[in-house]
Design a binder for this molecule. Structure first.
Ligand SMILES: Cc1cc2nc3c(=O)[nH]c(=O)nc-3n(C[C@H](O)[C@H](O)[C@H](O)COP(=O)(O)OP(=O)(O)OC[C@H]3O[C@@H](n4cnc5c(N)ncnc54)[C@H](O)[C@@H]3O)c2cc1C
Length: 497
């Protein structure tokens, strides 16, 4: 296969790789992102709690992570406005149930202030707390309030960053696992072996998340190791929309922020979290004790009015951190200055943009040729999201349907997702049922795709011009249709909005 050459290759299309790719398009350089999966944002970033942390958990041993949290929280609102990504600054209440915990909150507040988080308040007035969060357990006696805590759509952020990077000239390759990397000293370039043939680049950014230590080892960099934890949580039905206004969190038995319940930007509620170390990245299962005896018990302690019967989906995510302190690794490989590791960890979603700027503005200039630091005059920071019928005013919807009647055909009843949105999601890069689901929310509601799943498969089959049996949940190997009806269809009739 023909060699594909770029100035900068970013390995991995999670939130870290997407943020870096967009920053690098601000230079007059050609940029490519190589992702091993069929869909972007499908690994660690998919399983996040989606909280934009304000900087309360800062730690003197992790200066980059602290900076990422503090600056990231401050920058997220503008970034999401530019990229048309769902974000809400809702604040966090870290609560105390007794005087020992109040003392722990005071200690946390002091250390956070010392490391730069000034917008923080200890509230000991119980009636004020209940006014702020009416369904809060009345046994709560105090809370640390960080108004700058927010919630964001994690995959929405990746789509926004990557589409904007593409608008600014970047190329994105999916199903393109990097399997080997070599430095050609004579040509002064890296040669990358991938599932789509060879690539070459002057600079490589390793944003492979949980696999970043393995990717670094391809060039002989064994200076860091990744450790993993599996974290279980649940989503509650949208019927409880509005029942929780803040990120409400309790202290764990070490006096640090622990279990939580919070709204999501889509109007449902999320609660977690049972944390267990693992060495298996694919261990994305949940356990009955984890959910029933831990997650649901904690959420009921924080907000007693939300019953366990309101759970529509338990799920888990696997978090990667650098073994040891959990500090981010944003530096060159030893002896190979142009191979840049960009490895985040806990709070990586919050920090991705601030740290991508740290890499592009502070680290990259120390290793790049002067000629490669020329910035583009025509960088466009803005991108427009696809239409979401559920969010439109009636007049906007009528106008959209007049332009394209497919926006009047509801496919997913739970989340009111139309055929027009699914077709647009495919046009923007969705290649599987999960790609459609995360871009549109088809299948994310109460029935979890039971009703709309076959219809989504039929539309993917039609638009991609592949047989239904070839449609996958999330890429090769995850086939969903094992047999067709006599008329060879998987379709159902759509209904009008
Ligand atoms: C349960 C959980 C809760 C979290 N909660 C929060 C939170 O509330 N707030 C917060 O700020 N942060 C949170 N985080 C952390 C944050 O989500 C992560 O730091 C961030 O998503 C990591 O993004 P990433 O791009 O580094 O990794 P990933 O999203 O895993 O992306 C790495 C990508 O690299 C690709 N890749 C790997 N190897 C190769 C290869 N050889 N070739 C090509 N591609 C490759 C992978 O397929 C993947 O798509 C949480 C994480 C978890 C798991």
């Amino acid at each position: 296969m023909k060699l594909k050459s770029f100035d900068v290759i970013v390995i991995g299309a999670g939130v870290a790789g997407a943020a870096v790719a967009r920053e690098m398009t601000k230079y007059a350089l050609s940029v490519a992102v190589l992702e091993k999966n069929a869909e972007v944002a499908c690994e660690v970033t998919k399983g996040t709690h989606a909280i934009v942390h304000a900087g309360l958990s800062v730690n003197p041993l992790t200066p980059l992570k602290n900076r990422g949290e503090l600056m990231g929280a401050a920058m997220m609102g503008q970034l999401c406005a530019d990229l048309d990504v769902k974000y809400q600054r809702i604040g966090k209440l870290l609560v105390a149930f007794d005087e020992t915990q109040v003392a722990q909150l005071k200690a946390l507040m002091q250390s956070a202030k010392r490391l730069g988080l000034m917008d923080i308040e200890l509230i000991e007035d119980r009636s004020r707390l209940l006014e702020m969060e009416p369904n809060l357990n009345p046994d709560v006696i105090a809370a640390l309030h960080t108004p700058n805590t927010g919630i964001v759509s994690p995959w929405g952020l990746v789509y926004g960053l990557l589409e904007n990077a593409q608008d600014n000239g970047a190329s994105v390759f999916v199903e393109c696992a990097v399997t080997g990397i070599r430095w050609d000293a004579e040509a002064q370039r890296f040669l990358l072996d991938t599932r789509q043939g060879p690539f070459s680049a002057k600079y490589v950014v390793n944003a492979a998340g949980p696999f970043s230590d393995k990717v670094a080892a391809m060039v002989g960099d064994t200076s860091f190791q990744i450790s993993l934890t599996r974290q279980e949580k649940v989503i509650f039905d949208k019927n409880y929309q509005g029942a929780v206004r803040h990120v409400v969190r309790m202290l764990n038995n070490m006096g640090a922020p622990g279990d939580f319940i919070c709204p999501t930007v889509y109007g449902d509620l999320m609660a977690g979290v049972e944390v267990k170390p693992t060495d298996d990245f694919d261990a994305c299962h949940t356990t009955q004790p984890g959910i029933e005896e831990h997650v649901l018990r904690s959420s009921a302690r924080l907000i007693p009015t939300i019953p366990a019967s309101a759970v529509i989906r338990p799920f888990s995510g696997v978090l990667n951190q650098c073994a040891g302190t959990g500090e981010f690794v944003i530096r060159s490989a030893p002896q190979l200055p142009r191979f840049l590791n960009f490895v985040l960890g806990g709070s990586g979603l919050t920090a991705c943009y601030a740290m991508a700027q740290y890499l592009s503005l502070e680290v990259f200039p120390t290793v790049a040729d002067a000629a490669d630091l020329k910035t583009r005059g025509d960088f466009n920071p803005c991108r427009k999201d696809m239409p979401h019928v559920h969010d439109l005013e009636p007049e906007e919807l009528a106008e959209l349907i007049a332009r394209d009647p497919r926006y009047g055909h509801v496919i997913c009843r739970c989340e009111t997702v139309t055929e027009g949105e699914i077709v647009e999601a495919i046009r923007r890069g969705a290649r599987s049922v999960d790609g459609v689901k995360f871009r549109t929310r088809a299948g994310m509601g109460r029935c979890q795709g039971g009703f709309c799943g076959p219809r989504v498969i039929a539309i993917l089959s039609r638009e991609l011009q592949i047989p239904p049996e070839a449609v996958t949940k999330k890429g090769p190997g995850s086939y969903m249709v094992t047999a067709l009806r006599d008329d060879h269809s998987v379709k159902g009739e759509a209904e009008h909005v």
